[in-house]
Design a protein around this ligand. Structure first.
Ligand code: AMP
Ligand code: TRP
Length: 327
């Protein structure tokens, strides 16, 4: 039996290089060897106020862009979260087993309630319960995510263990699966912060950015006062970040990079890093614009995939309802 993988990504803006190296790249690889289910987590996104028109566009584009990156619905199930009602249903049930103390200690909750202090809604707090539902609905073994999501997976495990303790075996206990290199790509302007898709700026490279923009952003990105292309373990420097990007795209080690650029300064290394990103993203951008022209195909894909996911999810919700005592 192949292991079951579940992961999701929010349609909260245009996907970035961070998303690509931190998760999408691994998803593409994993569909070959695992039983994969992937989702566009639109329910999660409304914890931050969305403009409806913009939101609709982001959901569709995120779905299309992931197909363009290489998700293949012949090899995995790939659906839009809100199309499978069981996610909302299980989320409510799980909220009733989620200690508010644990929820309020989540780093993402603390960050977002600071950042969006004018709208600290209940969903921002219970976000991890919804995410736990996503994972637990499908008897997931492994959840490939970036480092920032590890805490939510821990929360999911504890919740599942707690409920199994009360009701007997309902849920499989999932593990996080975090890539070694590329798990956290940092902002090009401030290498102590993560590259984030909700802040579009020179600090972030979008998968759909065109070539000139990528080159310009990499050339202007923050490096340090040094000039050697050297990786300094454990420090959050611009050069470490660029080396992480290069290493992850080209599948080469830091040692190999140091050797390759032994006699070069930052300028040459930046150029080559930009080139590597451009080579990776140009074909994706072209495929994306093809897919976006074929709305019927897109609609067919996400409808079919939601149906398949629903069948699995409905079985799990039925079991949970029975165990809890709903009639
Ligand atoms: P988000 O953009 O927060 O919806 O994240 C979607 C996925 O991409 C999650 O698995 C994140 O952990 C991952 N991710 C987001 N930003 C980065 C980043 N800067 N570096 C690595 N992975 C990231
Ligand atoms: N919260 C995740 C993020 O922001 C997205 C997500 C939603 C997710 N549901 C999930 C990731 C289930 C893994 C599994 O990155």
């Amino acid at each position: 039996m192949k292991k079951r993988i579940f992961s999701a990504i929010q349609p909260s803006g245009r996907l970035t290089l961070g998303n690509y190296l931190g998760s999408i790249k691994n998803w593409i690889k994993m569909q070959e060897d695992y039983d994969c289910i992937f989702s566009v987590a639109d329910l999660h996104t409304i914890t931050v106020r969305q403009n409806p028109e913009n939101f609709r566009k982001n959901i569709l584009e995120t779905y299309a862009l992931l197909l363009a990156c290489g998700l293949d619905t012949k090899k995995c199930i790939f659906f839009i979260q809100s199309h499978v009602r069981e996610h909302s249903e299980l989320a409510w049930i799980l909220e009733c087993f989620s200690p508010v103390g644990d929820l309020s200690r989540m780093t993402q909750y603390k960050d977002k309630s600071n950042r969006y202090s004018e709208n600290v809604n209940a969903g921002l707090l219970t976000y991890p319960s919804l995410m736990a539902g996503d994972i637990l609905l499908y008897d997931t073994d492994l959840v490939p995510v970036g480092k920032d999501q590890k805490q939510h997976i821990e929360f999911t495990r504890n919740l599942a263990i707690r409920m199994n303790g009360i009701y007997g075996e309902i849920f499989k206990i999932p593990d996080a699966f975090i890539p070694n290199v590329g798990a956290k790509i940092m902002s090009l302007k401030d290498p102590s912060k993560k590259m984030s898709k909700s802040v579009e700026s020179d600090a972030t490279i979008g998968i759909l950015d065109d070539e000139d923009i990528i080159l310009k952003k990499i050339k202007r990105c923050v490096t340090d006062s040094g000039s050697k292309v050297r990786f300094t373990q454990g420090s959050l420097t611009g050069i470490n970040n660029l080396m992480t990007i290069y290493s992850s795209i080209k599948n080469v080690s830091f040692d190999e990079i140091e050797k390759e650029f032994e006699n070069d300064g930052y300028g040459k290394f930046k150029e080559q890093t930009a080139k590597a990103i451009i080579e990776k993203f140009t074909p994706i951008r072209e495929k994306f614009s093809q897919i976006m022209k074929n709305k019927d195909y897109l609609l067919r894909e996400f409808e079919n995939n939601a149906k398949i996911a629903s069948e699995i999810a409905a079985r799990k919700v039925k079991l949970v309802r029975e165990k809890i005592g709903f009639i």
